[in-house]
Structure formats: C-alpha cells, structure tokens
Design a protein around this ligand. Structure first.
Ligand SMILES: C[S@@+](CC[C@H](N)C(=O)[O-])C[C@H]1O[C@@H](n2cnc3c(N)ncnc32)[C@H](O)[C@@H]1O
Length: 326
C-alpha cells in the first residue's frame, strides 16, 4: 500500500522505495544528513528544499518557525516589521506541496512591542497574509497552553506587575481546501468521571439554561470526549530523554522544542499511517521523531547543523548520510 503511494508521487521523488521499512521520502538531488526507516532529515535553508518537493504530494506540514521576538533566540529571529514578507514565500511553497486534502499547522508565539506593555499583532498579520494573500483556509485556530512558560517580559510582569503571565501560543490550523482530511475520533480524550457516571446511569433529555436542548444522544458512549482547541503540555516534560541523551553525547540541545503532545495530536487528527509529514523549521526534529513513532513518513529541514546533529539522539534506527554534520 505504501509502495503504491510512493510510486504515484511525481518523478522528482526517488523511485526505488519498495517497502514500508525503506519507504523514506527523499528529496531528489540533495543528500539527506540522516535517514531513518520512515524519514529523511536535511541541513539547509528550507525554502529552496521546499521548491524541490513535487506539488500536491504532502499530507501535512507541521512546523514552528522562528518567532519575531524582542529578545533574540540563539538561532536568530526575523524582525517583526519584516516577518510577514519573510514568511510569505514559505507559505506559498507549503501550499503548493500540500495535497488538496492536506493541512498546514503553524505554531507561532505572541510578542510584546518594544518599550511598551502592548502586544504585537505580527502573528495575526501572518495569519491574514497566509489566508488572504497565499490562499489558505483557516480550518481552526488552536492554542498550546504551556504551564511551564516563564513570566516575561520581566519589566511588565514581575517588576512593575502590570501584565499577567503569557501562557499560550497560537496554532493556526490552515488548509488548502475548506475540507481537509481530519478525524477527531483519532484524538479522543478519556471521559471525565462525571461523564462516565452519566453514561452508566443513562441521560434524560433536558433543556439547558442557555436554551439548548440536550437530546438523549448525549448519553451515547462514543469512546471518549472530543478534545478542545486548547492543547495543554509543558515543553520540558516529554523532552527529558532528549536532553539527557544530548548531554551524554556532548551535543547542544535545542532551546525551543515542541512537546511531543503537539505534533502527536495533529498528526493523529490529520493523517493516516504512511502519510508524509514535512517540518521545514525542524529544530530538534520532534516532528520527525513523532511521525516516525506513529508510522508516518517525514521530511525535516533545519538550517543549523548543530541542531540536526543533536536531533539524531531521538532515533534508534538511523542511517547517517555521506554529508553528515559531525
Ligand atoms: C522554533 S525552532 C523549531 C523547534 C522545533 N519545533 C523543535 O521541536 O525542536 C525554529 C527553527 O527553525 C530554524 N530555521 C530558521 N530559519 C530556517 C530556514 N530558512 N530553513 C530551515 N530552518 C530554519 C532555526 O534554526 C530553529 O532551529
């Protein structure tokens, strides 16, 4: 089944991909830094690499580009005023490579304006550009609640105490068409104790104070609760193994990683086994590692060789390419 899917991709893809265990999607003409059973990781600027991926061949692009922050990260940040112009060509390529039913999940953090306790609108401008100029649809706006976030900027939050702790990041779920492939049955939460009790005792239809009539269908067991658009997880908890392995190997750990829960949620919601997931700003390659564990194929690109080098600790089955950064 997987072999057939790969064979149907454009000829820009390496043709000899016979079995699931070697069904790695490879960008033709560019040696990957490493490959695994399910994916290929590249060092480089992702824009020219995206341009080499055939049109309508990718199921999901899931990524977190550098944000436009006042306080620069070690991997550099684009200035707020230039952010939309910088992001647009990536957006165009991402739309081009997605299948019609594909999704683009973009995690982006908010930011303060310099010198005042007011918030920048850059991430909203990015969303408007992607929808109004590039032509994506906003399937849903989701939020990543990170309880482990530190209170900042210190001046407004901890010193003058005029603002509260910023605890969410934005996750714009965009789609190429209004009906992207998605199934919330794949990401159900366990029912609450109250709901379990209700399912056991049965439910009598009634009208809520809001006027909504809750029918008997509410009492049916659907296998779990439909999750909300708020995904809660600290980015330190699921990365401890990675940080320990980096320290042991003497590698530099990436400073701004996804928690596993974030890519896991969207990969399960939006793709089936064998699908291809691309992360053009891969960092520590949490996206690739999560896709691998869920038996999805993946392509990741990271511009800084040291981050891609350390991302190798996330994989047990690893083929180091000729161009390995070491
Ligand atoms: C916010 S981090 C991504 C972290 C990642 N989600 C993780 O879980 O580790 C953004 C990454 O994009 C990389 N980057 C910046 N510009 C890039 C480009 N043009 N092509 C590829 N990677 C780029 C940065 O070096 C940085 O590692």
């Amino acid at each position: 089944m997987i072999a057939r899917r790969v064979a149907s991709l454009s000829s820009d893809f390496t043709p000899e991909l016979p079995l699931a265990s070697s069904a790695t999607p490879v960008i033709l003409g560019i040696p990957p830094t490493y490959t695994t059973d399910w994916g290929a990781a590249y060092v480089g600027d992702s824009l020219p690499l995206l341009r080499r991926i055939p049109a309508s061949s990718i199921d999901l692009v899931l990524t977190s580009p550098p944000y436009a922050l006042e306080f620069k990260k070690e991997y550099g940040n684009v200035a707020k005023g230039e952010y939309v112009v910088w992001l647009k060509p990536f957006g165009k390529e991402i739309k081009r490579i997605l299948k019609p039913e594909g999704s683009f999940v973009l995690n982006i953090g908010g930011s303060y304006n310099q010198g005042t306790p007011t918030r920048s609108l850059y991430h909203f401008k990015a969303l408007l550009m992607l929808c109004e100029d590039v032509g994506f649809h906003l399937a849903q706006e989701c939020f990543w609640y990170n309880p482990a976030k530190l209170p900042s900027p210190a001046e407004w939050v901890t010193v003058r105490r005029q603002r509260i702790k910023d605890a969410v990041e934005y996750v714009w779920w965009l789609s190429k068409t209004p009906f992207p492939k998605a199934n919330n049955r794949n990401v159900l939460n366990e029912y609450s104790a109250d709901m379990k009790r209700l399912l056991k005792r049965g439910y009598k239809p009634k009208q809520r104070p809001s006027g909504h009539v809750i029918t008997a269908k509410f009492g049916h067991d659907h296998g779990g609760a439909i999750p909300s658009s708020l995904i809660e997880r600290g980015n330190n908890e699921s990365n401890s193994e990675y940080i320990r392995a980096c320290a042991e190997a003497g590698y530099k750990a990436h400073p701004a990683r996804f928690p596993r829960a974030l890519p896991e949620f969207f990969i399960k919601l939006l793709t089936d086994e064998g699908a291809i997931v691309v992360d053009p700003f891969a960092g520590s390659n949490m996206t690739g590692a999560t896709a691998e564990s869920l038996r999805r194929r993946w392509i990741s690109v990271e511009i800084k060789p040291e981050y891609l080098l350390s991302s190798r600790v996330r994989f047990s089955s690893l083929n180091i390419g000729a161009d390995t950064v070491a």
